[in-house]
Ligand binder design. Structure first.
Ligand code: ZN
Length: 446
């Protein structure tokens, strides 16, 4: 349908598709976008700012109609399972339907026991390039390559206009084919892209609060996940003792990377109870998990997790992995044949005390900014005192500026609106005159 033909009278204006960013126009994190078509509204992401701690209460954005007085949105679509995109969802009125990828929802449910997830009680799931409608809105999810599992970009069409919201996206992870597929077979027409810009930098500044920084435009240092795998394997081969890789269990790409690097160096993978639960929650047979199908995957439970299980009384959590459990004696006996991955940062002092890291190393496989935080500084001191090397192997969850420019070139929008960025000038100068920024809280038309 041609946009000019929408409406009761040929001479009347079509109902516009309007947008306002509630949070995220000028910051990385806390994404929340409201779409409006006539009396109907839709929410894309309902994130918590990265500056807020896990337990902090941040109010829902005002004026969305979440209170009892306003018109309720038809739904909340969550692009992926990072807290800066879903963190305020538990505060939503329960009658507003929530949609998210099934794997992402299952991971968050599995993470709830371990204090880093939630049951979203979602009303439906997103599927790659399968459109669905909510009132006047047609939503088509596009699988996105990102450091969160089961992530999507979202095409939203209403009244003959279309908005493509990237969510968080990259082109150098294990789902790079999804990114390339988007470039070669893009939705059309896309009138406006609402595009993340995490990797743009204010010249001459530090990476700031970015959880996953990347390098500058065209800079060759942005590694692919496959390159991280090769470099990590080299480290594992060079070490004679136990190697502990500290990373996010919910970064499934990285779990696969560490597993593959372990095999390349003829080591077995050992994960903590939380990581084991997350891997199982993907429901994907190709993801390394604890069980008969993966004889080279084992479990070593950190003290804090054992305490949590004991206090909860949910002993099935250790019972179901008992055939695969290793204990400190076995880590010592097989130190040079193993690599630990997951939530082991709190366990490092006791591993050192027990002599388990002799000839080994700790690998930092997260954003290096966390090393500057108090817990990261404590870790560095402990490792220095014990003469255990700390080695970094990581790549960002966010597209390089060069890949973002490729995305814009492929989708050929009339307008690009920035979100999830702290460097608007760098963003605009790289992407060009098509960029039209909008402040948080202001309405604009697609
Ligand atoms: Zn993300």
């Amino acid at each position: 349908m041609n946009a000019s033909s929408v409406g009761a009278e040929p001479s009347s204006e079509p109902t516009p598709l309007e947008v306002r960013i509630h949070r995220g126009a000028h910051e990385i994190g806390g994404n929340c976008v409201e779409l409006r078509h006539g009396p109907d509204t839709l929410i894309l992401d309902i994130g918590k700012p990265l500056t807020a701690a896990w337990g902090d209460v941040v109010p829902l954005p005002e004026a969305i109609g979440f209170d009892d007085n306003g018109a309720r949105p038809l739904g909340v679509i969550i692009s992926h399972g990072h807290q800066d995109h879903w963190g305020l969802a538990p505060q939503l009125p329960s009658d507003i339907p929530v949609f998210i990828g099934e794997g992402a929802a299952d991971i968050l449910r599995a993470a709830e026991f371990w204090g880093s997830g939630v049951d979203l009680h979602e009303a439906g799931h997103l599927h790659d390039r399968v459109p669905f409608t909510l009132g006047p809105f047609t939503i088509t999810p596009y699988q996105a390559d990102h450091s969160a599992y089961d992530a999507f970009s979202l095409l939203v069409e209403a009244g003959g206009r279309s908005l493509f919201y990237t969510g968080d996206i990259r082109g150098h992870g294990r789902k790079a084919s999804a990114f390339e597929g988007l470039l070669t077979d893009p939705p059309s027409p896309v009138h406006t892209i609402l595009m993340e810009g995490t990797s743009f930098r204010v010249p001459g500044t530090d990476p700031g609060t970015d959880p996953e920084p990347t390098e500058h435009l065209g800079c060759p240092e942005t590694l692919t996940e496959s390159e991280v795998e090769v470099e990590l394997a080299d480290t594992l081969k060079a070490m004679t003792g136990l190697v502990v890789v500290l990373g996010s269990a919910q970064n499934i790409d990285r779990l696969v990377t560490v597993y593959r690097a372990a095999l390349r160096s003829d080591r077995d993978l050992v994960v903590d109870l939380y990581t084991a639960d997350i891997a199982a929650a993907t429901g994907r047979p190709s993801i390394p998990a604890v069980g008969d199908a993966w004889p080279r995957v084992h479990v070593f439970a950190p003290l804090r997790q054992r305490v949590r299980v004991k206090e909860s009384g949910e002993f099935d959590r250790v019972e179901r992995v008992k055939d695969r459990r290793l204990f400190a004696e076995q880590l010592r006996e097989r130190a040079g044949e193993l690599v630990l991955f997951g939530a082991y940062q709190g366990e490092i002092p006791s591993l050192i005390r027990d002599g388990l890291l002799a000839g080994g190393a700790v690998v930092w496989s997260m954003w290096d900014g966390y090393l500057g935080e108090p817990s990261g500084q404590r870790l560095q001191k402990v490792l220095q005192a014990a003469n255990v090397p700390l080695i970094q192997h990581h790549t960002s969850g966010h597209a390089t500026p060069a890949d973002l420019v490729r995305l814009v070139d492929a989708l050929k929008p009339e307008v690009v609106v920035s979100i999830h960025t702290e460097a608007l000038d760098a963003y605009a100068s790289a992407v060009g005159g098509v960029v039209q920024p909008h402040a948080d809280g202001t309405w604009w038309t697609v």
